[in-house]
Design a protein around this ligand. Structure first.
Ligand code: GAL
Length: 375
């Protein structure tokens, strides 16, 4: 009897030790702190640490990436993405830094589109067009957050329940993004979106990067490679004309590496219209890695892997030094680039572009990876 009791006690002790160990492990990998409140919802700042000791920070406000701290070739760690130290920074600052953008990332011409014969109208928040899901799109919402348990790497799921007709888009949607921070310094973003009626969807992450460290000069000396044989030219309001133009022989040919600044000031119609690069590239989707940006001075390399058909290369042409972010760093003109994996802009009005119709029958599932390393 005594022996059985002893064994039971020992077993309970082992189980409890295991639970404590598990708890400690999770705790070490993800911590959270109060960041603010929005619409009656708690906004938290999450710190995710991988086994390499590298840290990213996320918030449920806009399901945003706030910081990415990765080493250069000398082991010096620096934050390489745009974000703010405080929630106040987000409340009064740039709308899109690191955010998840929906229900329609990028532009819809004149804010109008038709689904099942019904025309829908959106707020015009970018000249004559609708941009990034409208003024109160998904970037400006406090998402629900769940720290995932039992995963190999620190991971958080953010969920936004979008009511029917919010910002003019039909459908009650459930949008989820799971961020995973692997020991190989990869941010994996797994998206899942469902709807209860036919609608349009284009979802992306709008992180800005500077591989010198965010706020340390411009990105014109970064070397970019984009595995895209064509791109979608735009009009003066940055709406695609419908043309799919081969990159061959143009300053948009990044199939071999080129410095971002090498051709950006050329007198080429699309660079003039875009004020630099602000275009959707039609990905070849044949190699595992779809795009890379390398900073020769620090050795930092960003690789982008996606199953989306396009990527917007945006070279921070609208940045103007009015934003002060993490660590008091100022974000000047062209001091950051974005690689927003996406469907093509204005697809609802472009029958030749891949369809962006989301139906109740088939959830939208997609993954994009931002992988950081040294070369
Ligand atoms: C990008 C877009 C740019 C600009 C930016 C936000 O996705 O391509 O034109 O609107 O967002 O400032």
């Amino acid at each position: 009897m005594k022996k059985v009791k002893l064994l039971t006690v020992a077993l309970i002790a082992v189980l409890m030790a295991g639970m404590v160990a598990c708890k400690t492990k999770t705790k070490e990998m993800i911590t959270s702190e109060a960041f603010g409140t929005f619409d009656g919802k708690e906004v938290l700042l999450y710190t995710l640490t991988n086994k390499a000791g590298n840290v990213i920070k996320l918030t449920n406000y806009g399901a945003a990436i706030v910081q990415i701290n990765v080493p250069d070739r000398n082991g010096v760690k620096e934050n390489v993405t745009f974000g703010y130290d405080t929630f106040g920074g987000y409340a009064g600052g740039d709308l899109y830094f690191g955010k998840v953008v929906g229900q329609y990332a990028n532009r819809i011409a004149k804010g109008k589109f038709t689904v099942d014969g019904v025309e829908y109208s959106l707020a015009l928040n970018n000249g004559p067009n609708s941009l990034h899901g409208g003024p109160t799109g998904w970037h400006s919402r406090a998402w629900d957050a769940e720290v995932l348990k039992g995963t190999d790497y620190p991971a958080i799921r953010f969920t936004y329940n979008k009511p029917d007709m919010e910002e003019g888009f039909p459908g009650n949607l459930v949008a989820e993004v799971v961020y995973t921070w692997t020991d190989e310094n990869e941010i994996i973003m797994d998206y899942k979106v469902t709807t209860d009626r036919n609608t349009v969807l284009n979802i992306t992450n709008h992180a800005y990067f500077n591989l010198h460290g965010a706020g340390n000069g411009d990105i014109l000396d970064h070397e970019a490679l984009i595995r895209a044989s064509s791109f979608t030219p735009v009009d003066s309001t940055l709406i695609p004309t419908g043309e799919i133009r081969p990159v061959e022989g143009t300053p948009f040919d990044f199939r071999t590496p080129h410095l971002i600044g090498e051709r950006i000031s050329m007198d080429y119609d699309q660079l003039v219209l875009g004020g630099g690069y602000d275009h959707n590239f039609v990905l070849d989707n044949v190699e595992p890695v779809d795009a890379e940006v390398y900073d020769p001075s620090t050795g930092r390399l960003l690789e982008v892997i996606t199953d989306q058909p396009g990527v917007q290369l945006y070279t921070g042409n609208f940045l103007d030094g009015t934003q002060t972010g993490v660590g008091g760093k100022v974000y000047n003109y062209r001091s950051g680039f974005c690689l927003e994996t996406q469907h093509f802009p204005d697809s609802p009005n472009q029958p030749a572009f891949p369809s962006v119709i989301l139906t109740p029958e088939e959830p939208f599932l997609s993954s994009t990876v931002y992988r950081f390393s040294i070369r």
